[in-house]
Design a protein around this ligand. Structure first.
Ligand SMILES: [Fe+2]
Length: 153
């Protein structure tokens, strides 16, 4: 119960873990930001969290997406182009959100939170998990193919 209103939180689900710590940590941070805004909305003070979340989001779609794209490129991921196109679309949507906030800060509502939550969870399930399976296979193969140390001989 927050501010006299029942809030249903989206809890981190272990099924969303990709097994790649840097990616999972960034996903958790994104969800925590969304939850923080949800609490603030129900507490009738969304304005206190909104600028912080939007600043986080703007940085997230650059640093987190670039991080994933670099890993996909480095491992010759066949789904790179499609995944990057989805990231680009989200980059544009975040830009649209930022512009909307600059013009009408009061229109930011729970639907935006729902949009971000659905996007994040859908994206993890449909795109990040298959990507991570590829990255982990690639890493395992690279370390198996690596020359053995002298001690091994
Ligand atoms: Fe992604």
């Amino acid at each position: 119960m927050v501010g006299g209103v029942c809030v249903s939180f989206v809890l981190w689900n272990p099924a969303w873990e990709t097994g790649i710590d840097s990616i999972d940590e960034q996903h958790r941070q994104m969800l925590a930001q969304i939850e923080g805004l949800l609490v603030a909305i129900h507490d009738h003070h969304p304005g206190e969290r909104l600028p912080g979340l939007l600043a986080f989001l703007a940085d997230y779609v650059e640093t987190h997406f670039s991080n994933e794209e670099n890993q996909m490129r480095g491992s010759n991921y066949p789904g790179l182009e499609g995944h990057r196109a989805i990231h680009d679309h989200m980059r544009a949507q975040v830009e649209h959100l930022l512009e909307g906030y600059r013009q009408k800060p009061e229109v930011m509502t729970e639907e935006v939170v729902d949009f971000l939550t659905d996007w994040l969870i859908g994206h993890i399930n449909d795109h990040d998990l298959p990507m991570a399976r590829h990255l982990l296979r690639f890493e395992a193969k690279a370390s198996a193919d690596a020359p053995k140390g002298l001690a091994a001989g």
